[in-house]
Design a protein. Structure first.
Length: 364
């Protein structure tokens, strides 16, 4: 079949997480931006993908519109691996991470959706078969910056059946109330998004041991300071997780070889899609490193992550942002109940896209 159209669709949906909106470099984070990618074919099959996303959306959209999309339209599509290998080869000079990789991720996921629909099989079956139909999911709280709110929403998430809660906090004063509110049966993780300089990270890692964290995520700035992450692991015994900003399997191998990671967190909409994520997961598995994918998404990227976990990662949880969206084009598919998400069983991604919701929240 031939690809006839590749369209990036940016939607921005208001959300509520029960606190003041977190700040980003460009101002307050008021909407969840999701960059959908819709691919049509002359066989009458269409597929949906998701490319990263959030503040990077305008750049990724340009990469799809100007670079990646034109290389797809009019071309014959037989199978995802050969199609994506050819795109990678043509675009290797544009870097192995960043908007072009994000754009490739959106195309890869949409093509898997089409391939599954063409074969009448869910993506997890194309990947070798699922080991689970429900995936344990952790509540990934947005940053509150206030101890009482962290405690309130940690307790609420635990009450809704989540057994693991991740805090995006980087102060003892906001982490401690969360740990206390969770109680002994709930795992707490902390993600700083690279908030600390190396010495500070080391000092904080020592203090955080007292809070019995399941893992400490991206503790150090700059993001690729793997030597410091290795030193924190060695000197404090803290479990270190990172990898959402790792661009390809080779970089994962490098970080693991330096001893930086207990847990690798590939992000499907960034690393280049399902195939690229599986290559990086294979590196982690070869080296005995656990994998917990990064997936704070609301679109096809979240669903694709469920398929990969179902097929490849029998011990892993899925990440789900803990907030309420005003609307979602994926309906119930992105809902977590009792701390679990269902792996869709329909062909391809196994989702129905509500195009009216897309139209209502489309911004570009
Ligand atoms: Mg993170």
């Amino acid at each position: 079949m031939k690809i006839t159209r590749v369209e990036p669709i940016l939607i921005a949906v208001p959300y509520d997480h029960g606190g003041p909106k977190p700040m980003r470099p460009f101002g307050p984070w008021t909407h969840m931006e999701t960059l959908f990618v819709c691919i049509d074919t002359d066989a009458g099959l269409s597929g949906w993908g998701e490319a990263f996303g959030f503040a990077a959306s305008p750049l990724t959209r340009e990469a799809i519109t100007r670079v990646v999309g034109p290389l797809c339209v009019g071309r014959e599509f037989k199978d995802v691996p050969s199609f994506m290998a050819d795109l990678q080869r043509k675009l290797h000079a544009m870097g192995r991470h960043g908007p072009v990789s994000f754009a490739l991720a959106g195309v890869d996921i949409a093509l898997w959706d089409i391939a599954g629909k063409a074969q009448g099989a869910p993506i997890h079956r194309l990947l070798g078969g699922a080991t689970r139909a429900r995936i344990p999911t952790y509540a990934s709280l947005l940053r509150y910056g206030k101890g009482d709110l962290v405690a309130r929403y940690t307790e609420e998430a635990a009450g809704r059946g989540y057994k693991s809660v991740k805090l995006h906090e980087h102060l003892i004063e906001t982490i401690a109330p969360g740990r206390e509110a969770a109680g002994p049966g709930i795992d707490i993780m902390v993600d700083t998004n690279c908030a600390w300089r190396p010495d500070e990270a080391m000092a904080m890692a020592h203090k955080r041991k007292a809070y019995d964290l399941c893992w400490l995520e991206e503790p150090v700035d700059p993001v690729d300071d793997y030597d410091t992450m290795a030193r924190i692991r060695r000197d404090t015994g803290m479990t270190i997780a990172a990898g959402e900003n790792i661009g390809h399997a080779g970089e994962a191998r490098h970080a693991i070889a330096l001893g930086a990671l207990d847990i690798f967190q590939p992000s499907i909409t960034k690393i280049g899609g399902i195939l690229a994520m599986r290559r990086a997961i294979a590196v982690a598995k070869e080296n005995g490193v656990r994998v917990m994918p990064h997936s704070p998404y609301f679109g096809p990227g979240l669903i694709a992550t469920l398929h990969v976990i179902a097929a490849d990662l029998p011990e892993s949880m899925c990440e789900r942002f803990y907030c309420e969206l005003e609307a979602t084009p994926l309906g119930d598919a992105i809902v977590a109940r009792d701390g679990h998400m269902n792996v869709p069983q329909g062909p391809g991604l196994g989702i129905d896209i509500d195009e009216q919701v897309i139209a209502r929240y489309r911004v570009a």
